[in-house]
Design a protein around this ligand. Structure first.
Ligand SMILES: [Zn+2]
Length: 390
């Protein structure tokens, strides 16, 4: 089988790179509606040249277009998940792909246009390896992952209930690691409300909201437990109006991350206890604490899938380990639905979200090969992983 995959890949190599360059060169910043439409059309074109009919889908709010394959599938399929938006503004001078010393640099190369190519070409090759089979795949490429998947979350949660497992084509980490755990992410916005007063005439009549905020920040920061994956970052503070006014309003913007649902429960209760404390220099507190993405947790099943993927990669001489990361992806939503998720199935590169972003050119090809070998094991059921077990 390996030889056949190599032959198919060899045949398609130049087309793979051409397709990749074409989508990288179209700006698809999340809020660039025109660019999103353009890249969507280009991806549909590439997919249809590979006999994969993608269709445009919308959430019930019809905010923006996303792409799916296999929408009608209800059960027993594998989910392929990716996004075609990027964080790079059309105003940026980081516009097109370039090749430097075996690296393909460009906006969205690593995160995650290469992953889209890996998913589509893996599907194409698997279809050639199993010409008589109706492959049990269902794909979603969304257009708002970088802004938190506010619109597409509904589609993910409605359409993927019946997935056996989900594979997310976000980039592999710099040393080729796949991702088996991601932290959950919550936003905490705090408003500390004091009382204004002239700071030279009668400061004792005022209530200093900055003082109250300082007390809160120190208590919140004490909740940090990096070793166990808990992060509470008071990272932005807005307060005060002038040198001679006791500040009546201070806002604190907090980034909250956790590794498991159990941690989240405890952490939220600790945070709420701090924010409902009396005293706080006499100030009052209003706050909004909500989960943006639940954690992607490792399960017995996802562990088994990840091990199989790593074994296959290592067996063809490409070192692959697993890693946990603090950043979220749409894999987090799927994991919270109880679906085994393995993430980081895309190409291998680095510096996502910066102008240094790149992938290793070769990884675009060998990651397809690894994923095809991996998926063929699942389809053949030769491995210890059976559908029942997943
Ligand atoms: Zn991404």
């Amino acid at each position: 089988m390996e030889e056949k995959i190599d032959d198919l890949l060899k045949d398609k190599t130049s087309q793979i790179y051409k397709n990749f360059e074409d989508i990288v060169n179209i700006n698809s910043f999340s809020s660039n509606a025109e660019g999103i439409d353009k890249v969507l059309n280009q991806i549909v074109k590439i997919a249809s040249s590979l006999d994969i009919p993608l269709q445009t889908v919308y959430s019930s709010k019809k905010v923006r277009p996303h792409l799916m394959y296999g929408k009608d599938k209800k059960d027993d399929y594998y989910a392929f998940i990716g996004h075609f938006d990027t964080v790079h503004s059309p105003k940026s001078d980081f516009k097109t792909m370039s090749e430097v010393d075996g690296l393909l640099k460009g906006p969205g190369t690593n995160d995650m246009k290469a992953g889209l190519i890996v998913a589509l070409y893996s599907f194409y090759i698997l279809q050639r390896l199993y010409p008589d089979a109706q492959l049990p795949f269902k794909i979603l490429f969304n257009s708002d992952e970088e802004t938190g998947s506010g619109d597409s979350r509904e589609i993910i949660e409605n359409e993927f209930k019946g997935a056996l497992a989900a594979f997310v084509f976000e980039p592999g980490r710099p040393n080729g690691e796949i991702v088996t755990r991601r932290k959950g992410i919550a936003s905490l916005d705090i408003e500390v409300i004091g009382k204004p007063a002239h700071s030279g005439v009668e400061p004792w009549e005022g209530i200093n909201s900055i003082l109250g905020a300082c007390e809160i920040i120190q208590k919140l920061e004490a909740l940090n437990d990096y070793e166990n994956g808990i992060i509470v970052g008071c990272n932005e503070i807005i307060g005060g109006v002038a040198r001679n006014v006791v500040p009546a309003n201070t806002k604190i913007v907090v980034d909250v991350r956790f590794s498991t649902m159990a941690q989240q429960k405890q952490l939220f209760s600790d945070i709420e206890n701090i924010l409902t404390l009396k005293n706080l220099a006499g100030a009052k507190v209003k706050y909004d604490l909500h989960v943006n993405r639940p954690p992607l947790e490792k399960s017995e099943q996802s562990d088994r899938l990840a091990k199989l993927y790593m074994d296959i990669s290592n067996s063809i001489g490409i070192k692959c380990e697993e890693i946990a990361t603090g950043g979220g992806s749409d894999g987090n939503f799927l994991s919270a639905m109880g679906i085994p998720v393995v993430d980081g199935m895309g190409a291998v590169g680095n510096f996502s979200h910066t102008k240094k972003e790149f992938i290793y050119k070769e990884s675009l090809i060998y990651r397809i090969k690894i994923f095809v070998l991996f998926m063929s094991q699942l389809l053949d059921n030769k491995d210890t992983i059976s559908k029942e077990k997943i």
